[in-house]
Ligand binder design. Structure first.
Ligand SMILES: Cc1cc2nc3c(=O)[nH]c(=O)nc-3n(C[C@H](O)[C@H](O)[C@H](O)COP(=O)(O)OP(=O)(O)OC[C@H]3O[C@@H](n4cnc5c(N)ncnc54)[C@H](O)[C@@H]3O)c2cc1C
Length: 441
């Protein structure tokens, strides 16, 4: 990692990072740590310095943490020019220039794209703009939702049973607020965990006092005098609510790359395993890397399957990988192979997931039990261990993560402490996708 490894010309290379958040910050730090001394500019469309998002749906909306207390620590003096509050509006690949929304042009020699994702909006713009309707992605969203929850609404309606919807529901119950969660699938988190596990979760959520309406789509959000008053379900029934949180997942921020000639797939930026961005003609741009929620890339652990991960740990690891590659080139470095890892705190439990459950055909509870709300379960696919899920039972999770990385057979560890004497194998039971509007998120 000495500066001697950087050719002289590279020392003066102008590096621009677009996206001033987790992946961008960690990428910039890693670039500097790898010895790059040239000019560095970090562009962010938000007015804030990089901040942490996981506390937003937990401590911030609960009123336990001020929104500005989420600012991320900088691990070193970046010696960077910060361009905050004016995002990138376009990329001129041939001219190696970023065009900002205020018209300024920023030339680059190396570029890191870390523009992340934004909350998927409600499909009807006018309904989504009603007072009392919220999405949750940024610090300002969290501050606004916190204020609405602190005003003691009569009922909060949460649209979408993914991680953020469930975490918001959990905070609402902690605050003593009546809350309804509507989701088109048979149970919250069913898409990620499968019905065998999420069926239990649905019961715990209901036991905490959330009115869970599974298998239910929403037809409309209903307003009066510009304020939301509730929603109409697909079957015509209505729910009265004065706060609605639309939690339908996230979409990658790549609108500014339209027309740039870079390859986009379902809105995500297509990369190779070295975080090099791909052009529409299939060529690679070694001088442009991408990292974090915006990037779609082949994961070596999953046979090169293209993945886009919305995980804090991935934004850190991939940001660091990309920053280092921009400083030092690729040499004989292996492709990025970070273990997908995710956590969530809700309803008094901590959920941790290592690996990818997608396509799993078997499931074994290897520690604890589902009915005790404390267990470690392993997912298998075609005889291989592909993911491990812990609910308040994380002690052995690193061992299972190692097994996933080693492509161990399923189930990978037998006769471990605390394991049931006979490991039964279950069907994870994946839900069939619901129809169009209901399928969002
Ligand atoms: C509420 C919430 C809770 C979460 N909780 C967890 C959790 O418990 N565990 C977990 O593992 N993960 C969690 N995550 C996911 C995690 O925070 C993300 O994976 C991570 O923030 C991704 O980092 P990123 O830098 O790739 O993208 P982002 O954090 O989305 O940052 C991208 C930045 O780029 C900016 N930008 C977009 N377009 C432009 C443009 N054209 N020009 C300039 N700037 C632009 C954006 O405004 C944003 O500031 C949570 C996410 C949210 C929203």
């Amino acid at each position: 990692m000495t500066s001697a490894r950087i050719p002289r010309a590279d020392e003066d290379a102008r590096v621009v990072v677009v996206g001033a958040s987790l992946a961008g910050l960690r990428g910039a730090e890693s670039l500097r740590l790898a010895g790059h001394r040239g000019p560095l500019t970090i562009v962010g469309d938000e007015p804030h310095l990089p901040y942490d998002r996981p506390p937003l749906s937990k401590h911030v909306i609960a009123g336990e943490m001020a929104p500005d207390a989420t600012t991320l620590p900088h691990r070193l003096d970046l010696d960077a020019a910060w361009r905050l509050g004016a995002g990138a509006a376009g990329l001129d690949r041939q001219g190696r220039t970023i065009v900002l929304s205020d018209g300024e042009r920023l030339p680059y020699d190396r570029l890191l794209i870390a523009t992340g994702a934004r909350a998927r909006p409600w499909h009807d713009e006018a309904e989504g703009a009603l007072d009392g309707v919220f999405t949750l992605r940024g610090r300002d969203d969290a501050a606004a939702l916190r204020a609405a929850l602190a005003a003691a609404p009569k009922r909060v309606l949460i649209v979408g049973g993914g991680f953020i919807g469930c975490e918001v529901a959990s905070v609402c119950r902690d605050l003593g607020l009546p809350v309804t969660l509507v989701d088109p699938l048979p149970a919250p988190l069913a898409k990620v965990l499968g019905l065998a596990v999420s069926g239990f979760l649905r019961d715990w959520i209901a036991a905490a006092g959330v009115e869970v309406r599974s298998n239910t789509g929403l037809r409309s959000l209903d307003g009066r005098d510009g304020r939301v008053v509730g929603a109409t379900l697909d079957d015509g029934r209505t729910i009265a609510a004065d706060v609605v949180v639309v939690a339908l997942g996230a979409v990658p921020n790549t609108g500014w790359l339209e027309g740039s000639g870079l390859a986009l797939e379902s809105g995500a930026l297509v990369c190779d395993g070295h975080a090099r961005v791909r052009a529409q003609d299939g060529g690679l741009h070694p001088e442009i890397r991408a990292a974090g929620d915006v990037a779609l890339w082949p994961h070596p652990l999953y046979d090169g399957r293209m993945v886009r991960l919305e995980h804090w740990g991935n934004a850190v690891a991939q940001g660091e990988y990309a920053g280092r590659a921009l400083a030092l080139g690729d040499g004989d470095r292996p492709a990025f192979a970070g273990m997908p890892e995710f956590w969530s705190n809700q309803f008094g439990i901590t959920i941790k997931l290592a690996g990818l459950t997608e396509g799993a055909d078997s499931l074994a509870v290897v520690q604890g039990s589902l009915k005790d709300r404390r267990f470690l379960a392993v997912y298998g696919r075609a005889g291989r261990t592909v993911a491990a899920l812990s609910v308040d039972c994380a002690r052995w999770l690193p061992a299972y993560a190692e097994a996933i990385a080693a492509r161990a057979p399923f189930p990978p560890i037998a006769n471990a402490l605390d394991q049931p004497s006979r490991l039964g194998t279950l069907d994870p039971s994946w839900p069939t996708p619901p129809p169009e509007v209901s399928a969002r998120g």
